[in-house]
Design a protein. Structure first.
Length: 223
């Protein structure tokens, strides 16, 4: 199923709104696909209005713009996007475009103007990162660092190229391996970058990669 995207295009010095139906390259967007995309877009708009209403009613929307507190808002927002993973609603191959389409419907939850990079690569968008954040236990998230620290972790070249690094960090959350420390995610992210900066981690088997990350973690986590 294609995903409906609204954009603006400059034609002869004037800006015109246009509608695109995004899908994987080479896939034909049929009239039936467009109809399904329109139906999902209607559902997406409805869900986002509901999410914004919840965040307003529980006071979380008031945290927007407050650097030390906004993490809780974006964590809650991310948890509300679990429906995006429903394969009855969104084909996995087209899911990345939903993270772009969300910007067409958010109002008070908008983090700002969508960046050119997020338009080009929706997996790097703000709302994609919110969803990834929500997959970790809240106590772990809060202890690790603020929203900026988490964004930097998801945004690192190593993490974007190999999502198993995110999976590995999730295993640490389940192990509760870090105790008695706060704001540790940013220095850990830098430590991972230092080791893998000039390496392609995808060449490693999962067990080997996790062992390497465990070594980085052990050295980093020494008191």
């Amino acid at each position: 199923m294609a995903i409906k995207i609204k954009e603006e295009k400059l034609i002869d010095g004037k800006i015109y709104p246009i509608v695109l139906y995004k899908t994987k390259p080479g896939k034909l967007v049929t009239p039936e696909e467009k109809k399904r995309a329109d139906e999902f877009d209607f559902l997406l708009a409805k869900r986002i209005r509901e999410i914004e209403g919840k965040c307003k009613n529980n006071g979380l929307l008031n945290l927007k713009g407050k650097r030390g507190k906004v993490l809780k808002l974006w964590y809650k927002v991310g948890s509300e996007f679990e429906f995006v993973m429903d394969t009855n609603l969104v084909n996995p191959e087209d899911r990345e475009f939903v993270w772009r389409a969300i910007y067409d419907h958010v109002a008070e939850l908008a983090p700002g103007q969508i960046t050119e990079r997020a338009q080009r690569d929706p997996k790097t968008s703000h709302f994609s990162y919110c969803y990834r954040l929500s997959k970790f236990p809240w106590d772990f998230v809060e202890l690790a660092g603020d929203w900026t620290s988490w964004s930097e972790f998801f945004d690192r070249k190593e993490t974007k190229n190999d999502h198993r690094i995110i999976e590995w960090l999730g295993s640490k959350a389940l192990e509760e391996a870090i105790t008695g420390r706060q704001r540790w995610l940013r220095p850990l992210t830098k430590a991972i970058h230092k080791v893998f900066e000039n390496k392609d981690t995808t060449i490693f088997e999962k067990e080997e990669l996790f062992t390497l990350l465990d070594d980085i973690f052990s050295n980093f986590n020494k008191p």
